[in-house]
Design a protein around this ligand. Structure first.
Ligand code: NAI
Length: 337
């Protein structure tokens, strides 16, 4: 296939970014965009000239010119939308997490197995970030020895509008929404260990309304793997300074750390307050280049008929660990996997 003809589905916070990237992706043509919300289609009519607009996902799937769908829809819809796309003969990119329960993940895997010619890739964007890729290569080369502990956090700047409170209704909560990235990193960077036991707790520091969804704005979790490796996760919605994704990997001959200072650029300000730098403000600013790379990799995977670099089994395992952590948080008990 020389050009992959794509439909973007979901034109919200992240979908609009992906749509813009897909217009620049080599070997791709953004053919269609879909949202049930009229205002979002109005946005697309101006921002995505020449792209056909749909209110109904089923009509996108019925279009024989669409080769692949790019799903940036609420997490609670991912599994059913992936399955419908596969049945319609489309390749699928879908944002993380794959699903909010393991049964849905298995149903997607079973459907994908019936269509081995179709690619399915889940958007664990950090796997496409240059710094994380460098850390993974260094670990694979053994340059810091044997990794035994990963400590990773996803911390968002506080959003006083309360967006996260509304979002919590469909996101699966802070561990499924934020820590899922760190969980995937732990599996990737520690060499796909098997999870054994998890613990978790959390607090509502600034957004008590999250309690209605059994959710928190700051959550902490630990995961013990077979063989003794450990992971510690921290997720937050309440940082004052900006977005801070930080991962440290402790190994037998050294430590790698990615994102220890969430600097916006290389400018350093020295004045009466001290020496400091400005910080990235949100996840998109931090991972903008990785999102571009991710889209290109998805399109190349289809064009070159290569295996998807993020498998459905990886995504299912992240969901399984994220769910166990959520259960541990809600029950107050350690959960054995
Ligand atoms: P959002 O709520 O801003 O956007 C969701 C979009 O889906 C809206 O355009 C909505 O109209 C559309 N939609 C709802 N029902 C639909 C249907 N039946 N058919 C077609 N479109 C439908 O949400 P946001 O923040 O853009 O998140 C979307 C997904 O992206 C979530 O799964 C989230 O976990 C993921 N995400 C991933 C990030 C990453 O770092 N990789 C960061 C932010 C979000």
């Amino acid at each position: 296939m020389t050009t992959v003809r794509l439909a973007i589905v979901g034109l919200g916070r992240l979908g609009r970014r992906h749509a813009a990237n897909l217009q620049q992706t080599h070997g791709a043509q953004l053919l269609a965009a879909c949202s049930p919300v009229a205002e979002e289609r109005d946005w697309a009519a101006t921002a995505l000239p020449g792209v056909s607009l749909y209110a109904d996902y089923a009509e996108v799937l019925a279009n024989p010119d669409v080769d692949a769908v790019f799903l940036v829809t609420p997490t609670s819809l991912h599994a059913e939308q992936i399955i419908a796309a596969l049945k319609a003969g489309k390749h699928v990119f879908c944002e993380k997490p794959l699903a909010l329960n393991v049964e849905d993940c298995l149903a997607v895997e079973a459907e994908a197995a019936r269509h081995p010619q179709l690619k399915v890739m889940i958007g664990f964007v950090r796997r496409f970030d240059a710094s994380y890729r460098d850390a993974a290569a260094k670990l694979a080369a053994g340059s810091v020895g044997r990794p035994y502990l990963l400590r990773s956090q996803t911390c968002d700047r506080n959003d006083e509008s309360g967006f996260f409170v509304r979002f919590s209704a469909s996101s699966g909560g802070i561990f499924m929404d934020c820590s899922i990235h760190d969980i995937d990193l732990a599996r990737w960077l520690l060499g796909n260990p098997t999870p054994k036991r998890v613990w978790a707790t959390g607090t509502n520091a600034l957004h008590p309304a999250l309690a209605e969804h059994q959710d928190v704005d700051n959550g902490v979790a630990m995961c013990e793997f077979e063989g003794g490796q450990l992971a510690c996760f921290y997720a937050s919605r309440t940082q004052a300074h900006g977005h801070e994704t930080l991962t440290e990997i402790f190994a037998s001959e050294g430590r790698l750390s990615v994102g220890a200072n969430p600097r916006a650029n290389r400018v350093e300000i020295s004045d009466a307050h001290g020496v400091r730098n400005e910080c990235v403000q949100d996840f998109y600013q931090r991972f903008a280049e990785a999102f571009v790379t991710e889209a290109q990799v998805f399109v190349d995977t289809i064009r070159d008929n290569r295996p998807s670099p993020v498998t459905l089994a990886d995504a299912r395992e992240a969901t399984r660990i994220g769910l166990a952590i959520t259960q541990a948080f809600r029950s107050g008990e350690a959960v054995t996997l």
